[in-house]
Write a protein that binds this ligand. Structure first.
Ligand code: GLA
Length: 420
């Protein structure tokens, strides 16, 4: 992966500028793991387990996961790293480099509603694991995040999955990856307050280098589809963050639930929006409030686009895949209303660039990033040019990352001289 702009996450407090500066610019995982190990030992002087989980970009299939539908994300090479060492008591002590803050929690007092603090993630993951009957050991944790926060690249899920992996390994627990994914999703619902689908945690765990992951969110069956080597996934960060995103997200989900309830009276076989065709929706349009109809239309058409996009990827038809991306963006903008003017602009600008097959907003929306399917040899020029034109139009300097699909979560195989 090449970084257009180095991620800003800091690992150490301001009093340790040298190592801090080094880790911010480290581009390979070996060095990051070594530095994290030595920093952990400076703080805690115990054996260390290191786990990491990636952020993701969603190629197509937005707001379909919580409607039992299809999604096609890929993991990207920005990781959240967790270094964890076992404690003899029942405490969890975590230090976040990003927030330069330490938090101590007791494993016996983790319950409670979201506090709107980064510690909700590790409180939630630990609480959810324990509620599911997995007894955790006390732990010291150092968290280092490379995934840009608030950019729609799923820094939350990467943190949850890395934490869950670290805490369970440390406690000698053997959970299946799927159980871990589901528990992380539950932690986000109950302790963070976003009723997310399963896409982000799933790809953070099951993503594979060089592949997009086509997931059926009902059966949880998935297929790894190779991304042709002559294509790049270029991610443009609009640098716009929407503070109301999780409230709006839950509202969209509520609209879909209203749609299902009203349609169900006429289509009793239907369990989710996944189960209906556009003709069914048009036929019963009159039973739906206007806004609910538009939300449903997005989901129904988006599911069809994902299936077509999967075939396009299999036949290496980048032009068709790109057209489906543009259609997806228009539907998210007009029917689902989760785009914003900066994302629309980025898509519009991309459509005029050489070597671009398609572009769309990616992730929950209301700011964050676009994903662009670009011919490899045009990617660098595209990166420079779109940054320039977006800045000219908005006064905002975007971050543009040229990505390749990356590996999902893993435990680092060795920690220097102290294997665990
Ligand atoms: C967020 C959620 C996902 C998914 C996307 C929209 O990233 O965490 O579950 O719903 O939004 O596709």
């Amino acid at each position: 992966m090449q970084f257009g702009v180095a991620p800003k996450a800091r690992l150490m407090p301001r009093s340790k500028p040298r190592k801090e500066a080094m880790i911010g610019s480290v581009l390979n995982r070996e060095s990051t793991a070594d530095l994290l190990t030595s920093l952990f030992r400076e703080k805690f002087r115990t054996k260390v387990h290191i786990c990491f989980a990636p952020g993701r970009v969603n190629l197509i299939g937005e707001h379909t996961d919580y409607n039992d539908g299809f999604v096609m994300p890929a993991a990207i090479g920005f990781y959240t790293w967790v270094a964890a060492g076992r404690r003899q008591d029942r405490e969890l002590r975590a230090y976040s480099g990003l927030y330069d803050e330490k938090v101590t929690l007791s494993l016996d007092e983790l319950s409670g509603p979201p506090r709107r603090h980064w510690s909700d993630f590790f409180r939630g993951v630990a609480a959810t694991l324990q509620e599911a009957g997995h007894n955790l050991a006390g732990a010291n944790l150092v968290i280092h995040g490379e995934v840009p926060v608030g950019a729609g690249l799923s820094s939350s899920a990467s943190l949850e999955v890395a934490l869950a992996l670290a805490l369970t390994r440390l406690s000698g627990l053997a959970l299946s990856r799927l159980e871990l994914v589901k528990l992380c999703q539950r932690a986000e619902h109950e302790y963070v307050g976003t009723r997310c689908g399963i896409m982000d945690q799933f790809v953070a765990s099951f993503g594979a280098a060089g592949h997009a992951l086509m997931l059926d969110c009902r059966s949880l069956e998935y297929q790894l589809l190779p991304v042709p080597e002559d294509l790049r996934l270029v991610v443009c960060n609009s640098m716009v963050r929407h503070e109301l995103a999780s409230g709006e997200y839950n509202l969209r989900r509520h609209d879909c639930e209203t749609g299902i309830k009203l349609l169900h009276a006429h289509l009793p076989e239907m369990r989710a929006l996944r189960d209906i065709e556009i003709q069914d929706l048009e036929r019963y349009k009159h039973v739906l409030p206007e806004q609910v109809y538009h939300r449903c239309r997005h989901v129904v058409t988006e599911n069809r686009r994902v299936l077509k996009a999967a075939s396009a990827l299999e036949t290496k038809d980048a032009a068709l895949f790109g057209q489906l991306m543009y259609q997806s963006h228009a539907s998210l903008r007009d029917d689902y209303e989760v785009s914003c003017k900066e994302l629309d602009l980025l898509v519009e600008l991309a459509s005029h660039e050489a070597g671009v097959y398609g572009a769309r907003m990616t992730g929950g929306g209301f700011g964050g990033c676009t994903v662009n399917l670009v011919r490899a040899e045009c990617a660098a020029l595209f990166q420079a040019h779109i940054a320039q034109t977006y800045r000219k139009e908005t006064g905002i300097a975007p971050a543009v990352y040229i990505c390749e699909a990356a590996q999902g979560a893993e435990a680092w195989p060795h920690q220097g001289s102290t294997p665990v």
